[in-house]
Design a protein around this ligand. Sequence first.
Ligand code: SF4
Length: 231
Amino acid sequence: MLILGLQKTTLLDYPGKVASTIFTGGCNFKCPYCHNRDLVMPPADVLAYSKDEIFDHLNKKKKILDGVCITGGEPTLHKDLPDFISEIKDLGLLVKLDTNGTNPQMLKSLVNDGLLDYVAMDIKHSKAKYNSIANMIKFDLSAIEESVSFLKENSVEYEFRTTIMKECHTEDDIIEIGKWISGAYAYYLQSYRESEQVINPIFSPHSPETLKHFVEILKPFVPNTFLRGID
Ligand code: SF4
């Protein structure tokens, strides 16, 4: 595991839980709006956390924590993720995984082995426009589709989520996404926010009114559709 960040306590990253968030380094996507540039493209002199540092913290705080959120970067790029999560579960903590859905094999095996309690998977765009966000040289939509289908089987509590930008997501795109994930348990639209860590800060958010309109469009497909990150 390459661990480049640790938020010791958060109420925001794991819905309804007190959690620590662990940030893994490296990602197979290069989403231009990504606000974790130093995780996706770590600087040469980056300092990583040792596994001992992480577990020292978790052991000290496990009485006040409900769980751990593992995010990135893309955590499933790390082959030792299952062992790492297994050790966290041994502490009696819940585990939430944030993923871009490109590794359905690992996602399935983590769920089937009882290592995950919650999954948040990104839906970057409609199928036709997916790689306009992901920016992969070799893009395999079938992996994303497999992860979506698997999560919709409800083997684990989950949400889909999309960061929405005015320059990228139109009403027609939202309808296409709604058709794709129709029947999902929960879907969150997250408004784009500018920050110093954005890879390519050329985007802007839709207005709150437009975002609320998108939610109404989506509800016939996914009744549990919500906005996140709107003040
Ligand atoms: S937004 Fe997520 S999937 Fe996209 S580059 Fe950033 S960490 Fe990777």
